[in-house]
Design a protein around this ligand. Sequence first.
Ligand code: UDX
Ligand code: ADP
Length: 480
Amino acid sequence: MVKICCIGAGYVGGPTMAVIALKCPKIEVAVVDISVSRIAAWNGDQLPIYEPGLEDVVKQCRGRNLFFSTDIEKHVAEADIVFVSVNTPTKTQGLGAGKAADLTYWESAARMIANVSKSNKIVVEKSTVPVKTAEAIEKILTHNSREIKYQILSNPEFLAEGTAIQDLFNPDRVLIGGRETPEGQKAIQALKDVYAHWVPEDRIITTNLWSAELSKLAANAFLAQRISSVNAMSALCEATGADVTQVSHAIGKDTRIGPRFLNSSVGFGGSCFQKDILNLVYICECNGLTEVANYWKQVIKVNDYQKNRFVNRIVSSMFNTVSGKKIAILGFAFKKDTGDTRETPAIDVCKGLLGDKAKLSIYDPQVTEDQIQRDLSMKRFDWDHPIHLQPMSPPASKQVSVVWDAYQAAKDAHGVCILTEWDEFKTLDYQKIFDNMRKPAYIFDGRNILDVEKLREIGFIVYSIGKPLDPWHKDTLAVA
Ligand code: UDX
Ligand code: ADP
């Protein structure tokens, strides 16, 4: 029986391994992690991540051919294929600070593999890493183990949160990069055989190692670039009276452009986009490609601009101050159908409003109060370390309250901000919300999910990203 072990039971490792176990009943899959609480949660009733369909998959195979454990060394030693899916935070100190990937967790995983292995292994990069990481890992493994042969593969994951199970069941493509030697090709085939249990052969792409590593960074950079492009257009739409949703629809009809990933928003978030672009920028700079680095940097700059613009809009429309004013924040996750808050635009928007002394009342159907308070007090990039190594929860901010109902969040508020596109926000009773708010009552829709005309009829002053401005906003131009 083939044995697989995955180091790192996070958003990528957990769902990916659960689906491999489901689709390959004859393969034994162990998912291991240094975090005792995370493994306990995977073995319990309340899984550590919220992902539609995940619980069902886990329940079908857990204890059969899917195991979650903290006994890392045992499972690594027994495995034929070891996936590595550990944290790769952005460095905050030293060479490449603010851009380069910190490979501490990767290196320690590689050294551990070298220490405990007694049989040949295929080691698979699953977490996104800079190009040429495989080479570094290969060196660590070969310099630290006698007699044992390793093959390194890059098999980046393209799943998106909220649709992870669907994406894993029916991927656009599976990418496997390996050495172009006979041993490398044999390892590629072994991993191909795993995916071939459910993925059609023509969707499994094989490349050399560096192409696979770079493709993952490139895919995320291209996707993020589309969002920054449409967000840049949204600012121009507001200035000219065009409607960004109409523009997106019109350009998306061109089959060369396509309709997806053209929704203007308060900004993109998530654990990958910013981190991967920073990584790409750093690699370009290291290779002397300043113009290429500057091109990709601009995608992040526009994303930051979009978040700042949103905060400025709120403050300027409320007579240039939100000091002491209650603002309701609806949605904190970085997108709907996930409880994940990593790099969510809500953090920067809330920090911006808190900087102007607003009082925030926050509601998100999937994010806990503890998580929100941590996010609002943590330093940049601190989130991307194993949970037990993150700073302890600081005392809760008095300016922030977290509530479990949208109506409660909006009661007596001056303004309501939609920061995540949760479906339930589309069907709220906005007349009731309006009646219980201070006047003038404002709505700032950072996701373009509400019916602007209906809200204006109720009496709200409405701002919706990239849509023709309310006369009120035209008179209060936002300047940073
Ligand atoms: C992304 C990639 O899609 C995935 O392939 C990769 O493996 C990991 O990174 P994810 O971060 O889960 O996935 O979410 P995604 O759906 O890509 O959304 C990222 C951010 O962009 C979210 O904040 C989302 O709200 C925002 N977004 C997305 C927009 O603002 N507009 C859009 O049109 C699409
Ligand atoms: P991703 O979104 O890439 O899956 P996560 O942060 O959700 O990232 O998951 C990474 C996991 O890797 C965390 O649960 C962390 O505890 C675990 N981890 C980090 N270093 C190690 C290690 N050396 N051995 C085992 N697990 C590790």
